[in-house]
Ligand binder design. Structure first.
Ligand SMILES: Cc1cc2nc3c(=O)[nH]c(=O)nc-3n(C[C@H](O)[C@H](O)[C@H](O)COP(=O)(O)OP(=O)(O)OC[C@H]3O[C@@H](n4cnc5c(N)ncnc54)[C@H](O)[C@@H]3O)c2cc1C
Length: 350
């Protein structure tokens, strides 16, 4: 398989007139739908598929899917994750390691995930790499029992504290936002875990208020645009509105007041316009490059990652690993459906 920074994927070619004809038909139908309705219907379809169990079992049995997914996922084992971290550290970047998994429906599975994450922390410490971790509350059992997720997170925070590492709670679908922020505050303010951080999604209407409150609290925040399928009743349908909110919220979280209260912002985006707006704001307000960081996903815009390092900015790469890669992978396809066309066209070519 060939790799390149624009994610052009060359899949080994199949032979056979029937599959070629079928492929042409799929591409023609997809092309017509994109022409007729724009790319947003495809994005919505992919976001639906990212949560559909039937699609997961079909796609994960399809070898070219893993070959494409491995562009975004460091591997299936902790060893591979640590090796990827060492490579990124050697290039001047910090890492957030993410043991993939979400929406578990079984207590045993939530406990197994917690144990894997505790083991990950042991391995990070033993290897002495520059890495924190990210977790999802739904992976720790939030959808089964809130107390289960809290007790799992508490154990993870305690172990991370022992190793002086930070833990970021990823933000998931909008119906989990209130609970996620409550649990974050309960553990940070209530129980004194100062090593916990949280994520805000700019596409939600509520986020201006959440950002203001977190700025007052001096929280450790990652700002993202948002990756889930949300209705227009809770999130901006238009990208331009999300982008404007992102810039507004970045400015609040990078302000002198917020930084004086202890906010440390992770500007998590691959969008040059968002990156440039951040650089401009930092220059105009004479903010030291060490007072915030850029965060990008593993395998996406690698040249930009290195460019930011060369310019003297802090860069942290979010590195996912593990066998439960399907939903993460399909959300990445949804962010850039062009990747899907490359996959389809190369697969069906003679
Ligand atoms: C470190 C990090 C952590 C994140 N954590 C969360 C989280 O906890 N919760 C959450 O909801 N979301 C999270 N996200 C995802 C985020 O919400 C967006 O969905 C994602 O970053 C795409 O938005 P963008 O800001 O890159 O801008 P976009 O406007 O989507 O993209 C801008 C440009 O970036 C490039 N690009 C973007 N995505 C891709 C891709 N998949 N493949 C190739 N090129 C691409 C393209 O050139 C595109 O034109 C995280 C993102 C990052 C970087």
């Amino acid at each position: 398989m060939q790799r390149s920074d624009d994610l052009t994927i060359v899949i080994p070619r199949r032979r056979g007139g029937v599959s070629t004809a079928f492929g042409m038909l799929v591409l023609a139908a997809g092309g017509y739908m994109v022409f007729r309705y724009g790319e947003s219907w495809l994005r919505n379809l992919l976001l639906y598929l990212s949560q559909a169990g039937w699609a997961r079992s079909v796609v994960t049995r399809f070898p070219p899917a893993w070959r494409l997914a491995s562009r975004f996922v460091a591997g299936e084992s902790v060893d591979e994750a640590i090796a990827a971290t060492q490579e990124l550290n050697a290039r001047g970047m910090s890492v957030t390691l993410d043991y993939l998994g979400e929406s578990v429906t079984d207590v045993e599975e939530a406990i197994a995930a917690r144990n894997q994450i505790l083991y990950l922390l042991d391995r990070i410490h033993a290897a002495g790499v520059d890495a924190n971790i990210s977790v999802k509350l739904s992976q720790l059992g939030l959808k089964i029992d809130e107390n289960l997720a809290i007790s799992n997170l508490r154990m993870i925070l305690a172990r991370a504290q022992q190793y002086e590492r930070r833990v970021r709670v990823d933000m998931e679908e909008s119906k989990l936002v209130d609970t996620t922020l409550d649990i974050f505050r309960r553990l940070r303010e209530g129980e004194g875990f100062r090593n916990v951080g949280v994520v805000i999604q700019s596409y939600l209407y509520r986020s201006d208020e959440d950002v203001q409150r977190l700025a007052n609290e001096g929280a450790w925040v990652r700002l993202v645009k948002g990756a889930y399928k949300e209705p227009a009743s809770v999130a901006y349908p238009a990208k331009a509105d999300t982008d404007a909110a992102f810039v507004r919220q970045m400015q609040v979280l990078l302000s002198d007041e917020a930084r004086a209260r202890g906010v440390y912002l992770g500007v998590a985006t691959h969008d040059d316009k968002m990156i440039e707006a951040t650089l401009r704001y930092a220059r105009e307000h004479k903010i030291d490059p060490k007072e915030f960081e850029f965060q990008l996903l593993y395998g996406i815009r690698r040249e930009r990652q290195l460019q930011l390092v060369a310019q003297g900015y802090r860069v942290r790469i979010y590195v996912p690993y593990g066998t439960a890669w399907y939903p993460y992978f399909v959300r990445r396809l949804a962010e850039r459906p062009a990747n899907l066309w490359f996959l389809a066209s190369n697969f069906f070519k003679k």
